[in-house]
Structures are given as structure tokens and as C-alpha cells.
Ligand binder design. Structure first.
Ligand code: ZN
Length: 83
């Protein structure tokens, strides 16, 4: 009955825009268990070094995990590009 965990092999995360540290995709289970959201997760990218993190994208709002992950990566990379 376990949920399939999605692995995105080629994440292509850019380094942290603030310190240049390594970025990491995080997955957290959402806490709305009482509301029937048992299989919902939130995803965001965070820097391993300075711990800065972006806003999260979740299964519920984005309809599925893959979309949430892609949006999280896109948002991070866009920020990293900013001059
Ligand atoms: Zn950083």
C-alpha cells in the first residue's frame, strides 16, 4: 500500500544564489491527515550550506508530485539565474 516515491534522476539544480552552496530537493509529508490528504507531499529546494529555502509546492495544489517537483526546481533555478 506504500506510495511510490518519485525519483528525479536529472534534477539539474543550480547552486545557491546566495552562497553558491549545493542545492537539495526536500520532500515533506503534509500534515493534513485528518482531512484525507494522506498522500500529499510538499516539495522545495533548500541550500545545504546556508539553509536558505524557497516556497514549497505541494501535491494538492499542483495535482501531482511530478508537477510539484518540476515547479520547485524551475522556481529555484529561475532565482539562481537572477542577476
Ligand atoms: Zn546557500
Amino acid at each position: 500500500m506504500g506510495k511510490t516515491i518519485i525519483f528525479v534522476d536529472d534534477l539539474n539544480l543550480k547552486p545557491c544564489p546566495f552562497c553558491g552552496g549545493k542545492a537539495e530537493l526536500k520532500q515533506y509529508k503534509m500534515w493534513h491527515d485528518d482531512h484525507g490528504y494522506k498522500d500529499c507531499y510538499e516539495y522545495f529546494v533548500a541550500c545545504e550550506k546556508c539553509k536558505v529555502r524557497q516556497l514549497s509546492f505541494d501535491t494538492l495544489r499542483e495535482k501531482d508530485d511530478v508537477t510539484a517537483i518540476k515547479k520547485a526546481i524551475e522556481a529555484w533555478n529561475r532565482r539562481s539565474n537572477g542577476s
